[in-house]
Design a protein around this ligand. Structure first.
Ligand code: NDP
Length: 328
């Protein structure tokens, strides 16, 4: 037993503070698998945890970080043995259970997924929860019968993590992707990912009418609030929108008009507690359907030492695509 390097969030009278420090292995939480973490990643939720902007952390001190890739060090779980390469997304790590911005972590083996064949640890973290959620959204649309021949699909928050991966995935699968962004300077980035059209997010961010001109058959929305209300109001008859995020807000100021007059469906997507079968399907689809060159173009890499600063940047909407955090 010893100590290891970790980002630790503590709570004081004036709020929370995040700092790089050393953590005692004896203070790791219960679990049947101990993992040496090689890579993590930065998601919007990690930004919320690092800055304290929203109360995603439920116990203090907390090591934030909701995703990791690493190698099993010790295990009493039947499915995992020392040396196995594994990944984890969600399950409350970085919120209720000590998380990923650390050299070491101990978790329930039931939460782990083997590193998908064909993906490196760094690539799996370039995908991360944001990318795996984008895949869950695509699968939700597919289950609802929204195929490329049904018409265009809109992706909101397109230059963000979920949006970038959703754009790349949908384009590869043959959809006509309309990317909505507030960053016109990222138009060529989005076109390179496969977006067929780019729209200014200002078109969607104000109060929505109950119904508006039909523009798309489906959508992947990581923004919520007025944006999701507008996306719904502009969805074609019988279409569907997969909703996974709240970058604009948690509210949904809409009416029932899109649902009862156009038969539009709102598909809720959660990655945190998603059952293992769905996770395994999503990861095998990602290994198959996500273009590795596009994944590389959306990815930047930072060391653990920079993750606190990057957490502030993601909350301010300054991060493009996905950020891998190298730990070892
Ligand atoms: P990012 O910060 O990488 O992307 C969010 C994007 O949303 C930004 O890049 C920006 O895109 C857009 N945006 C930001 N602020 C606003 C605003 N005020 N109005 C309109 N658009 C805005 O975050 P992630 O992609 O990691 O996560 C996106 C959302 O999805 C978050 O709310 C996150 O909590 C949620 N999420 C939910 C999951 C689930 O299980 N349901 C899992 C993963 C993420 P642009 O610059 O292109 O306009």
């Amino acid at each position: 037993m010893g100590t290891f390097k970790a980002v630790v969030v503590t709570k004081g009278e004036t709020g929370t503070t995040a700092a790089l420090s050393t953590f005692d292995e004896n203070d790791l939480m219960d679990g049947d698998v101990t993992v040496r973490v090689s890579h993590s990643t930065l998601n919007y939720k990690d930004g919320l945890a690092l800055t304290g902007k929203a109360p995603v952390i439920r116990r203090f001190p907390m090591i934030p970080g909701i995703d990791f890739a690493g190698v099993v060090e010790t295990s009493s779980h039947a499915d995992f043995k020392p040396g196995d390469a594994v990944i984890l997304n969600g399950w409350g790590t970085g919120e209720t259970h000590l998380g990923a911005f650390a050299e070491k972590t101990r978790v329930k083996g039931d939460w782990l997924v083997p590193l998908p064949a064909g993906l490196s640890s760094a690539e799996a973290m370039a995908v991360g929860t944001a990318g795996y959620t984008a895949m869950l959204c695509v699968m939700a649309l597919e289950r609802h019968g929204i195929r490329p021949d049904r018409g265009p699909v809109v992706v909101t928050g397109a230059a963000g993590g979920v949006g970038s991966v959703a754009t790349a995935l949908l384009a590869k699968l043959g959809y006509h992707v309309i990317a909505s962004t507030g960053r016109p300077q990222e138009a060529s980035y989005l076109t390179a990912l496969g977006a067929a059209e780019i729209i200014d997010r200002a078109e969607l961010s104000g109060p929505a009418k109950p119904l508006a001109k039909e523009r798309w058959a489906g959508g992947v929305d990581s923004v919520g609030s007025h944006t999701l209300a507008n996306v719904l109001a502009m969805t074609r008859y019988g279409g569907a929108v997969a909703a996974c995020g709240l970058a604009q807000g948690m509210d949904l100021p809409t009416t029932v008009a899109p649902f009862i007059l156009r038969g539009v469906s709102l598909l809720g997507v959660d990655s945190v507690m998603a059952p293992k079968t769905l996770r395994l399907e999503a990861w095998s689809r990602l290994a198959r359907d996500l273009d590795r060159e596009k994944l590389a173009t959306i990815t930047s890499t930072i060391p653990l030492e920079s993750v606190i600063e990057a957490g502030q940047a993601i909350i301010e909407g300054r991060i493009r695509g996905r950020v891998v955090v190298t730990i070892d």
